[in-house]
Design a protein around this ligand. Structure first.
Ligand code: AMP
Length: 434
């Protein structure tokens, strides 16, 4: 299928081709015509499916065809959970609107509001925002949402996870009822369904039909190791593998800081990215990582959500997430847009129950291995020469024995996903780029 068949104008086709996209991703093929028709959309899609272009391209077309007012009022609002995602969406909006007379900008907290206020005064057609700063600037009367025609709620599940439900409702109350609303979510909990029921009108449901599962694109492997040996092992893997761009996940912000400091001491350039870091520090770390001056980015789940780092070759779970869906999101950072990648997990004895949860969600077992010199103290005594054969067996045996114990080492974040999350977030799609 080609972009030409979707009803997009020449200026947008030119922008898409400038990006090197040769064919639309499944979510784009489904979403673009429906949005162009002016319908509400309820879409199941996560980052990595091409959903941003799926909603941005038709929005740009609708806005560019509408009346051009001299003092540009905000006509489309894109609400997102994190600053990084907001910044990335703006980058996309600007790339896709490079041949159109459309002004766009992003606002988020954690940075001085004055430059944002100055820019708002000049007028924007499309505003990308996180809920807190948006409401803050609205309360200070620096912006009006009274002319919004198209609203996008992006990563709605994550916004609810992060406690933004009340803010979202406040924002919705400031936007005209007569509007087009597009809701994107990786999972569909009761809360998301209720939100859709309350604020969308006869939405068209869209799902990105998965062509490839995670496993087909991403080589996954787990190494059993004692908790106290993980830092040494990860430094060895990265150094000896000579890996230049590695995204590492920890469960806690504190853990992310500690690990990145130890990496630096071990001679590997690293930086941590999490919610306690200033926006400046986060932007700098991400830019350094993308540019290659920082080899390792150590991140927590929330900070990493939505990061778009194309063709990331390695993702390492320094600690497994206690929410199985987060494993899928994490490894979705590698093998983006059809390229293959490698996702490694360092698993200590206290994390065995997490492995079981992840395997259940994926519907497959994780290949396990033991590295010489890093044999876990609870491992069977034979040599680690046939690791695969005994690895998975061990998870299960160990887990049964552990069931009554607290399932973590105690440094676990207590974040829980809403119930009813669907496992389709485990699927990824493949699409082509030149
Ligand atoms: P998203 O899911 O919107 O975050 O997009 C994920 C990545 O896919 C981004 O790097 C996009 O630039 C890229 N992308 C989006 N649409 C296409 C396409 N049709 N072909 C190739 N790459 C794409």
């Amino acid at each position: 299928m080609s972009f030409n068949t979707l009803g997009l104008e020449e200026e947008l086709l030119k922008a898409v081709s400038k990006q090197g996209y040769t064919e639309p991703s499944p979510i784009q093929a489904k979403c673009i015509p429906v949005v162009l028709e002016g319908k509400d959309v309820l879409a199941s899609a996560q980052t990595g499916t091409g959903k941003t272009a799926g909603f941005t391209l038709p929005i740009l077309q609708i806005l560019s065809k509408g009346p051009q007012l001299r003092k540009r009022p905000i006509r489309s609002l894109i609400l997102t959970p994190t600053r990084e995602l907001a910044a990335q969406i703006l980058e996309n909006v600007q790339a896709y609107s490079s041949f159109l007379d459309i002004e766009s900008m992003v606002i988020f907290g954690g940075v001085n509001q004055n430059p944002q206020v100055t820019k708002l005064k000049r007028g924007v057609d499309i505003l990308v925002a996180t809920p807190g700063r948006l409401l803050d600037l609205h309360n200070q009367k620096h912006l009006s949402l009274a002319n919004v025609e198209i609203l996008v709620l992006d990563e709605a599940d994550r916004m609810l996870d992060m406690g933004f439900l009340r803010d979202i409702k406040r924002v919705l109350a400031l936007i005209p009822k007569k509007r087009q609303t597009l809701l994107f979510s990786a999972t569909f909990s009761k809360e998301i369904k209720k939100l859709a029921q309350d604020f969308l009108i006869n939405p068209v449901s869209i799902e990105a039909t998965p062509e490839n599962t995670t496993a087909e694109l991403v080589k996954q492997k787990a190494f059993r190791v004692d908790k106290g040996q993980k830092t040494k092992l990860i430094i060895k893997l990265i150094s000896e593998g000579n890996w230049s761009q590695v995204l590492v996940f920890t469960r806690t912000k504190h853990g992310a800081n500690r690990l990145s400091e130890k990496m630096v001491k071990g001679g590997i350039t690293a930086s941590a990215i999490h919610g306690n870091k200033s926006q400046g520090a986060r932007t700098k770390a991400l830019a350094g990582f993308k540019a290659g001056s920082i080899r390792v980015l150590v991140a927590t789940d929330i900070a990493a959500r939505g990061l778009d780092i194309p063709l990331l070759p390695h993702v390492i779970n320094f600690e497994l997430p206690n929410v199985p869906e987060d494993y899928v999101h994490r490894i979705g950072r590698t093998g983006r847009a059809g390229a293959s990648g490698e996702a490694l997990s360092l698993v200590s004895a206290d994390e065995v129950d997490y492995v079981i949860g992840i395997e259940r969600l994926l519907g497959e077992t994780l290949k396990t291995d033991i590295i010489e010199g890093f044999e876990p103290s609870n491992a069977p005594s034979e040599k680690a020469d046939k690791p695969q054969q005994r690895g998975n067996q061990n998870w299960k045996n160990k887990s049964r024995g552990n069931r009554n114990r607290s399932s973590s080492g105690g440094d676990n974040s207590s974040r829980k996903r809403p119930s009813g999350g669907n496992s389709s977030s485990g699927k990824r799609i493949k699409f082509k780029r030149n």
